[in-house]
Design a protein around this ligand. Structure first.
Ligand code: UDP
Ligand code: MN
Length: 602
């Protein structure tokens, strides 16, 4: 009591003002600290969640490379298409835009309480439908074109007209409509003759009358219904047959086009000898953020014919540096996004109708284009965002593997010549469904068009390819201690520090390497053995002198005469499995002795 009184009287005397001021300052400081702590917490939390729904990991089928490019390693695994969800959930359209959500292509974060729903509904489309439903179908996007692209002046009056064809099967309402609205809002009216939506026998209620009502006011938008599910090839053909524009422009149903996307496609496709693709940017399947992808990329494929993005050749990169607005050639297209003059599309045989549902049609079209006198190009001035998914959400009637293998067998048998033998030899499950009689009409088409060989395609369009050939050594390189030279199997196609691996039998591609006459030791998807600083590494082939090796008897030497060696000291495994590789002065050490076991490639 006394103390309190004294304290109070203290305040009452002249120091009172000072103490009150001190308390105010203290309160302010505590508040500021609290704010800083909260902001930091949120940032860390956001970064932690950047790749989306907590607990969702990227698997070995896809990863983001250092440039932010989603690299798809393997084939799709067929999805469950939300089969476990109740019918009313599957058929509901829950589009309900939140002001400003996702505007400018920014990521959308969802509330903690929505996470469970987002996770549960993810398998419906293999993208975050809760986020998609929050973003306006008219959202704004950044203009990510380079300055040189923005500066190009097009002779608008003389550009051919477009029919935009968007095929879909069970797509989400908001994602599909955002694709359509982005085309309507960001294309010059005079250039778009039609927008044709082809419904590939979807089963969702909201894609019925609700979709028809949504497009009724747009006279240029037409909706065709495929009476029977055919897959994307049949659906695109249906759209192409109804097209009245000069140029067919194909898009997937989960794309968003950006400012100025159409003119570069029409200008190039007008020339009648080229399939031209836009530059594909990334729309995150979790946050729907629009992200610019690497400036230049090539579409290509692995030994097993899985589509892969690769860095373009030095020649292409140099040409791009000189003129960034100029379209550049690519060995293959990614698939769903391209423009082609209608006359060329039909002259070259449309699509192979025998290819059903999904898969390999991008290789078929690209090889046919190149081998039969046309070209495949990418223009960086046309920027279109696409949601890359690592799973396919829809059903594959007859089974995923059967569908994918059938499609693969068709394209391999028709277009690959002696490389078909290579493919079938190492892919017996595809060889098992091979039936060359069923592709007779496509073989006939190839003959009538007077198309060139697959070898011509590899040698001329993709000379940097990593496939074996007559003049390349192919087989297993085995160290005297017992381990083999191969990339680390746990991270396919990424490269990194090289170490000796267990040897594989003759029929497993994972253990086989190509040794070129120029001296590259390369493996699938274009990784080359490179003399690093100290350790030897697997790195994307780049024609650097560090990637050239000479075989001298049982030794593999760098151009400076050092020997490829297993670092076995202190290594637990006597055969050297897992031991790092390095280059040191040559000696009699068995860790420097290699056996070249040739394996016939076809
Ligand atoms: N699609 C279709 N019918 C099918 C499978 C796919 O119409 O049976 C459509 C799908 O809705 C999409 C396009 O074809 O608009 C390409 O498919 P997807 O996006 O799954 O392939 P990706 O882009 O992942 O290669
Ligand atoms: Mn797609």
């Amino acid at each position: 009591m006394r103390l309190r009184f004294e304290h109070w009287s203290l305040l009452c005397r002249g120091r009172r003002k000072k103490i009150i001021a001190l308390i105010i300052v203290l309160i302010f400081l505590i508040n500021a600290m609290f704010y800083v702590a909260m902001t930091l917490f949120e940032r860390v939390h956001k970064r932690h969640n950047w790749n989306g729904i907590p607990g969702k990991q990227y698997d070995n089928n896809s990863y983001l490379d250092k440039n932010g490019m989603r690299v798809i390693v393997g084939h799709y695994i067929g999805g469950s298409s939300g089969r476990k969800l109740p019918e009313d959930v599957i058929n509901a359209n829950l589009y309900s835009p939140v002001p400003m959500a996702g505007e400018g292509g920014r990521p959308v974060e969802i509330y903690q309480r929505e996470l469970i729903t987002a996770k549960e509904h993810f398998s419906l489309h293999y993208y975050n439908i809760v986020v998609s439903d929050k973003i306006s179908i008219n959202r704004s996007l950044p203009d990510v074109r380079s300055k040189s692209c923005k500066d190009v002046k097009y002779d608008i009056d003389n550009l051919p007209t477009a029919t935009v064809i968007i095929v879909f099967h069970n797509e989400a309402w908001s994602t599909l409509m955002r694709t359509v609205m982005s085309v309507i809002r960001r294309s010059r009216d005079s250039l778009v003759k039609q927008i044709i939506l082809v419904d590939d026998a979807s089963e969702r209620a909201y894609l019925g009358k609700e979709l028809e009502d949504a497009i009724i006011d747009f006279k240029q938008v037409h909706l065709l219904r495929n009476p029977k599910r055919t897959g994307l090839v049949g659906a695109r053909l249906l759209g192409a047959k109804a097209a009245s524009g000069d140029v067919l422009v194909f898009l997937d149903a989960h794309c968003e086009v950006t400012e100025g996307w159409l003119e570069p496609l029409l200008e190039r496709a007008g020339s009648d000898d080229v399939f031209v693709c836009p530059h594909i940017d990334l729309i995150s399947e979790d946050t729907f953020a629009y992200t610019k992808s690497v400036d230049a990329h090539w579409g290509a494929f692995s030994w097993r014919l899985h589509f892969r993005w690769l860095a373009p050749s030095k020649e292409v990169m140099d040409a791009k540096l000189k003129d960034p607005a100029k379209p550049y050639p690519t060995p293959t297209m990614a698939g769903g996004l391209f423009a082609v003059r209608k006359s060329l599309f039909w002259r070259l045989g449309g699509y192979d109708e025998g290819m059903v549902i999904w898969g390999s049609e991008n290789l078929e079209l690209s090889w046919r284009a190149w081998q039969c006198g046309a070209r495949v190009e990418i223009t960086s001035c046309s920027r279109v965002g696409h949601i890359f998914r690592k799973h396919s959400p829809y059903s594959y009637p007859g089974g995923v593997q059967r569908v994918l293998n059938n499609n693969l067998a068709r394209v391999v048998s028709v277009w690959m010549d002696e490389y078909a033998d290579f493919f079938y030899k190492f892919n017996p499950h595809v060889a098992a469904v091979r039936d060359d009689r069923r592709v007779a009409a496509r073989v006939e088409l190839r003959k009538n068009l007077g198309c060139k060989s697959f070898k011509w395609y590899l040698d001329n369009i993709w000379p940097q390819h990593f496939f074996p050939s007559e003049d390349r050594w192919f087989g297993r390189i085995k160290n005297d201690l017992g381990a083999c030279l191969a990339p680390n199997a746990s991270v396919p196609g990424v490269g990194g520090a090289a170490s000796a691996q267990p040897c594989h039998p003759d029929d497993q591609l994972e253990g086989l390497v190509v040794f070129t006459p120029k001296g590259s030791i390369m493996v699938d998807v274009g990784l080359c053995l490179e003399k690093g600083n100290g350790r030897v590494v697997w790195r994307f082939c780049n024609e650097n002198h560090r990637q050239y090796w000479e075989q001298k008897g049982p030794r593999i030497k760098t151009l400076t005469g050092l020997c490829l060696t297993l670092v076995t000291n202190k290594h637990p495994d006597p055969s050297g499995i897992g031991a790092p590789l390095t280059t040191v002065r040559c000696s009699d050490d068995p860790a420097q002795i290699w056996h070249f076991e040739r394996v016939p490639w076809r």
